[in-house]
Design a protein around this ligand. Sequence first.
Ligand code: DGL
Length: 262
Amino acid sequence: MTRPIGIFDSGVGGLTVLGALRERLPGEDLVYLGDTARLPYGTKSAATVQRYALNAAAHLAEHDVKLLVVACNTASSYALDALTAASPVPVIGVVEPGARAALATGARRIGVIGTEGTVRSGAYQTALARLAPSVEVEAVACPLLVPLAEEGWGDHPVTDEVARIYLEPLLARGVETVILGCTHYPLLRPSLERVVGPRVRLVDSASAVAETLARDHAGLLGTTGRRPGAIRLELTDASDRFLRITRAILGADPERLELVDI
Ligand code: DGL
């Protein structure tokens, strides 16, 4: 019996992480849970996000997952300790891998954009200060970016304008790298790249998480012996809207999608 890797996000943005895991570890079976019924997490309190995250982890444990990837920045920021304490299997969040990936660019001034919860939690600021105390960090909450990503406006003048307003203080501080601290933001790369210009690097956690997993948990990987592994997708609300976004991120219809109640 092979055990899958469990991945969860508040919605479908975490599929960007699933895509990176699929690419880096193609033989692994993956179970993805998107808590679309309770999205967004980014505007909710720490206590609520922790409760939702523990529910999601308990649901994935029923699939006998061997590793748990928290593919949501808000849940990683607010609930990683609680999840780690409650989980019988290793838990990997997106914040530390994202912070390390940003530092690997050599930047001395780093900007972070994320949901209100992620920025308010100070998780990226703390991780960066621990890993590189002399690096300057400026974080900005960008609550309008998630709906723009879900609207499919990743390459759109309205998104350019909104992103320009949010990113202006970071650019004025001379940041050299910006961490996309929300799983939806990679979908906005065309607009974001236009706004930051060619000299500022945009870093997202997706491939960094896949690398962390491959490096730190090699003993648990490579067990299916099959290529490619199976992907099972579960959503707590499967509206047309989420299905459309899921297709856009995966580039195809999901192989297997189920509506679940957690
Ligand atoms: N998935 C969330 C994150 O990465 C963004 C969407 C939400 O607010 O739930 O922070």
